[in-house]
Design a protein around this ligand. Structure first.
Ligand SMILES: Nc1ncnc2c1ncn2[C@@H]1O[C@H](COP(=O)(O)OP(=O)(O)OP(=O)(O)O)[C@@H](O)[C@H]1O
Ligand SMILES: [Mg+2]
Length: 451
């Protein structure tokens, strides 16, 4: 049972909130001033704190500051009266989860509490992540980040996880789109149902329709028996359509129909089947640009973006790098059964100076490489190699200057791009503005290999 602490010196409001939340199944503790509230946080370790602003002794904002010193991931909801707008804004700026105006509206209270608890679950603070790791309770799907942009994402996940609304996730490569999709799925009512992922880019066009919609015997690819598609396999759970920009215009039209009618038919089938799963679509390309170029249907784009989560690139939230490094170290140590538990001097500064075109995935790979090279339990500065930055002129003599011919440069550039997109040749050929056969020819000519 989730524990909630209420700090309020107004006995009537305290009683009211207590009753509403107890009826919803929460375990409630209460305190009438900030100091005893803080003491209780240490002893009972609640999952959420609801506090008034005006308290005898230290006030609500100070309580918030102290709470964050104890546990920065503990969500705090403020109770405010009319006209407390400046205080309210201040509290949100200082990291309060949300605020509720008195007199309390019961359904709003229940809603906000639920959102706060879900958000806290997905944004587990670092301290907790590491202690959980030691207890063997490491949560696979933890999203790290304390910047305002990331907090907005936690709030959105909290808001939608208990509904079936379709979601569109937009973000550059490696920003955590798949992780967010899984969090939406696993933090809501769908958690016990299937999570089905399909990458629209990696399935050949001719097979994709059958994969999505299913096929009846004797249909185009002539399956020996009826085959269920992803929409059916998703059941009451989630179907995650990754790289949606790779859908052909023909399949885009079909997907639009599914979204409009929430039903579909198998290829070669007559029966109309209901879509019960939630659809989460993701793209690392800017769909708006694709719409302008006529490569993506405008109507589908508008349908998709009804609920959009935009994940910011890592270079726009460099304050999160430190926390991410610690989180990724814990995660990689666990995966590879290694024990690199210290971070060398200067490492965070160096990592913060990089622009991370491959975002969190690139950061993860960089740390992994450094871990492999390390001979002790320290993530050493010397073992960190950063990819050449495409946009900024490097201060050091550029690596390129070591290459003499244009062919050398071309080989180097192609290899860099391929690594950045994890050898997704379609993507690489788009970035390089050459066709795929040309790319293949160059890979062969220059003997470029995957490391
Ligand atoms: N905020 C975050 N906190 C912790 N780990 C993260 C975060 N964002 C991304 N990661 C990790 O980074 C890696 C890449 O994330 P993910 O695969 O979800 O990105 P993506 O946006 O789907 O990438 P792509 O566009 O290349 O498919 C994963 O290992 C994921 O766990
Ligand atoms: Mg992905």
């Amino acid at each position: 049972m989730e524990k909630i602490l209420i700090i309020d010196d107004d006995k009537l409001s305290l009683k009211l909130i207590r009753e509403i939340l107890e009826r919803s199944g929460y375990q409630i503790s209460q305190a009438e001033d900030g100091e005893s509230g803080l003491k209780m946080i240490r002893s009972i370790r609640p999952s959420l704190v609801i506090t008034d602003f005006q308290l005898p002794g230290i006030d609500g904002l100070e309580v918030l500051t102290e709470i964050h010193k104890l546990n920065s991931a503990l969500p705090v909801i403020f109770l405010t009266g009319h006209g407390d707008v400046p205080l309210t804004i201040k509290s949100i700026q200082r990291g309060a989860f949300d605020f509720l105006e008195k007199p309390i509206d019961p359904s709003q209270l229940r809603n906000t509490v639920q959102k706060a608890l879900v958000s806290a679950k997905v944004s587990r603070g670092l301290s907790e992540v590491s202690s959980e790791a030691h207890e063997g309770l490491f949560e696979q799907y933890t999203l790290v980040g304390k910047t305002a942009q990331m907090k907005e994402i936690y709030k959105s996940i909290g808001r939608i996880s208990h509904s079936k609304i379709n979601v569109f996730i937009e973000g550059e490569i490696g920003t955590g789109k798949e992780l967010v999709a899984k969090l939406i799925h696993y933090s809501g009512t769908s958690a016990n149902h299937p999570f089905i992922r399909i990458n629209c880019q990696s399935v050949p066009e001719s097979l994709l329709e059958g994969e999505l919609f299913g096929e009846n015997r004797g249909a185009y690819t002539n399956p020996a028996q009826d085959k269920k598609g992803k929409f059916e396999l998703g059941g009451e759970g989630t179907v995650f359509l990754d790289e949606i920009s790779a859908l052909s215009l023909n399949l885009q039209a079909k997907l639009l129909r599914v979204l409009q009618k929430m039903e579909f038919e198998r290829v070669g089938g007559e029966e109309v089947l209901p879509l019960r799963a939630r659809l989460i679509c993701a793209s690392n390309k800017d769909l708006e640009t694709l719409v302008q170029n006529g490569e993506f249907r405008e109507d589908l784009f508008h349908r998709l973006k009804v609920f959009t989560l935009k994940i910011p690139p890592l270079r726009d939230r460099k304050e999160d790098i430190r926390d991410l490094v610690i989180h990724l170290l814990v995660k990689l140590n666990k995966t590879f059964d290694s024990n690199v538990v210290k971070i060398g001097a200067g490492v965070i500064d160096l990592l913060s100076s990089h622009d991370w075109p491959g975002n969190v995935r690139e950061l993860e790979n960089t740390i992994l490489k450094a871990m492999v090279l390390s001979t002790n339990d320290v993530l050493e500065l010397d073992n960190i190699t950063l990819s050449q930055n495409q946009n900024l002129p490097s201060k050091k003599p550029t690596q390129e200057s070591r290459y003499r011919s244009i062919a050398d440069l071309e080989r180097y550039h192609i290899k860099q791009i391929l690594e950045q997109v994890r050898w997704n040749k379609l993507e690489a050929s788009r970035i390089l503005e050459i066709t795929r056969p040309t790319l293949n020819a160059k890979i062969e000519k220059y003997h470029i290999h995957r490391d």
